[in-house]
Ligand binder design. Sequence first.
Ligand code: CMP
Length: 136
Amino acid sequence: MNSTEQTLSIIKPDAVVRNLENQIKEIFKNKGFKIIKEKKIQIEKSEAEKFYKVHETKPFYNDLCEYLSSGPIVVMVLEKENAILANRELMGATNPKEASEGTIRKLYGISIDKNSVHGSDSIENAKIEIEFFFKD
Ligand code: CMP
């Protein structure tokens, strides 16, 4: 069933530092996403640890949290029909080496860590992640 959804998108430090923010936003807009909210911030490692808590038992957890807090990020609420799946398809596989042509990670991702963008993976997590960054 089609329904309008909101999802959280993050343009990660590797993309922000390479000035890819506007190109990535254009890709979202051209695919019909509305950017409902956005802000550029830098978070503390402790906040990254909270955000990525689902991964806390993974071997890459510490590096992941160091990395997300290493520089400015752009957090956005994107809206579109079936936004969560549409965003995941547009981002491509987590590992840019495995991402399909035309996806953001294929275009801009450097490595599995520096994969340029994050997107919520379920309706439930989208709500949690949007609340995390946009409480008001
Ligand atoms: P993201 O979609 O932001 O969610 C968790 C992140 O962990 C993921 O993107 C990757 O950048 C990072 N990561 C690092 N190593 C791995 C791994 N082996 N498997 C999955 N994600 C990883």
